[in-house]
Design a protein around this ligand. Structure first.
Ligand SMILES: *Cc1c(COP(=O)(O)O)cnc(C)c1O
Ligand SMILES: [Zn+2]
Length: 419
């Protein structure tokens, strides 16, 4: 394993998360000597592991993620192992041939952040750290606090005082994190760590931590393995800080390099219109990201105006023929109704993927004959504010009166006969 700067190429120490030049770091593995058939067999055999690190949907792929880490440092909640659903009602709604929803929302803390966090935290432990930290729009801090608690370590999180889901804050506190609320955005939080991380002696587990990216690669490994090492024509993913699309690109390139897949699928990155600096850059063919100082969207997990990983995301999408799009909050909530209503459910940020597919079909970027997988990133219960839209809609209308007076006829009258 080597850690180098993505900008200047200089090699870095194991404990670093940023280069002196300000560039982001990248991990590379030497895969020579890995036998493809042996690897596929190992990944298949580990599907029957119970209560060992290899029962995790992340550590199942340890050889591709963090081969050198001794198992005793691994902190796992058997993350990953999430459902892949064919979601027929949504497929019909979109009018396409085949649709998969990969529910990272089913992770132990309720979001895909667990895929990366288990690796960052385990690596930090191997370096001797006992105090872990991040700045977060909510899900990262919940995940960090969960793993830190599990490892009997400390977590300190920096959370903006506005536009953060109350559930995520309370979940983080429930796991015992110490929280610093501050006036400012997620981006300000990141800048603070960039300046003061070292002197505070914390191991920082933001998306700038390259081990998070390594762990998040497992999402596409698991998707590919579930589909017997074939992938759909498109993979659609939401973007805030752009760590997940970066990991998706890196994981896809791994699979291609190893010969586990024989072509790259196209990737579509979806942002919320109110927080879409990356989409604007890509659509405008600009080479430099122009940060947005006051991003605003109902999808709080994507409410990020200055995404750290934009260069990596840009390079991958350009090299692989990927696309970007943005969707409005109304489109996001309409898609969320569809996903919730078919029994899968997700938080608003995740629903941007289905909204994005709809838009890309209308623009004829995605053909209806093509196959699509959407990555659902966060759980339905993460964001109570957005669940408010259901509060005044009682299915079949409300029935008033005490239970003793309730008759089957009265209920049938409201509900109609069973289908
Ligand atoms: C973090 C998060 C995102 C955005 O992912 P990035 O890696 O920041 O682009 C999307 N959805 C949910 C639910 C998240 O928690
Ligand atoms: Zn550098």
């Amino acid at each position: 394993m080597k850690i180098t700067c993505y900008e200047c190429g200089r090699e870095q120490k194991e404990a670093a998360y940023q280069c002196e030049c300000g560039g982001m770091l990248e991990i590379s593995h030497d895969f020579t000597g890995l036998d493809l058939e042996q690897l596929e067999r190992t990944f298949r055999e580990r599907l029957s592991e119970r209560m060992t690190p290899y029962a995790s949907g992340v550590w199942r792929y340890k050889e591709l993620i963090h081969p050198e880490l001794p198992d005793r440092y691994i902190v796992t909640k058997y993350e990953g192992n999430t459902g892949l659903y064919s979601a027929d009602p949504i497929r019909r709604f979109l009018g396409i041939r085949q649709l998969w929803l990969k529910a990272q929302s089913e992770n132990p803390s309720g979001s895909f952040k667990d895929n990366g966090m288990t690796v960052a935290l385990s690596h930090g432990r191997s370096l001797g750290y006992r105090r872990f930290s991040c700045a977060s729009t909510g899900n990262t801090s919940a995940s960090l606090a969960m793993y830190a608690a599990l490892a009997e370590c400390e977590s300190v999180v920096l959370v903006p005082s506005e536009r953060v889901s109350a559930n995520k804050v309370l979940q983080t506190l429930a796991y015992g994190a110490r929280m610093v609320r501050f006036d400012g955005t997620y981006d300000d939080g990141i800048r603070f760590y960039e300046r003061h991380g070292d002197e505070l002696g914390l191991y920082i587990c933001n998306s700038i931590n390259p081990f998070r990216i390594e762990g998040q690669k497992s999402i596409v490994y698991e998707l590919a393995q579930s589909l017997n090492w074939t992938l759909p024509d498109w993979i659609v993913i939401p973007g805030g800080a752009l760590s997940n699309v970066t990991a998706l690109g890196k994981g896809l390139n791994d699979l291609l390099r190893l010969g586990m897949i024989d072509r790259l699928p196209k990737v579509a990155l979806v942002q919320a219109e109110g927080a879409s600096p990356f989409h604007k850059m890509m659509a405008g063919a600009g080479e430099e990201l122009v940060p947005e100082s006051s991003p605003s969207t109902v999808a709080s997990a994507m409410n990020i105006g200055n995404p750290p990983s934009w260069r990596k995301a840009r390079d991958f999408l350009k090299a692989s023929g990927g696309v970007t799009c943005s969707v409005t909050d109304e489109e996001i909530l309409a898609a969320k109704r569809q996903i919730d209503g078919c029994g899968i459910g997700c938080e608003p940020a995740s629903a941007s993927t289905v909204a994005g597919v709809r838009k890309l079909i209308a623009e004829r970027t995605i053909d209806k004959e093509e196959t699509v997988a959407c990555i659902l990133t966060g759980n339905l219960l993460k964001d109570t504010d957005s669940l408010g839209m259901y509060a005044d809609k009682k299915v079949g209308g409300s029935l008033e009166g005490s239970v003793g007076e309730l008759t089957a006829e009265a209920v049938l009258e409201r509900l109609g006969s069973p289908a």
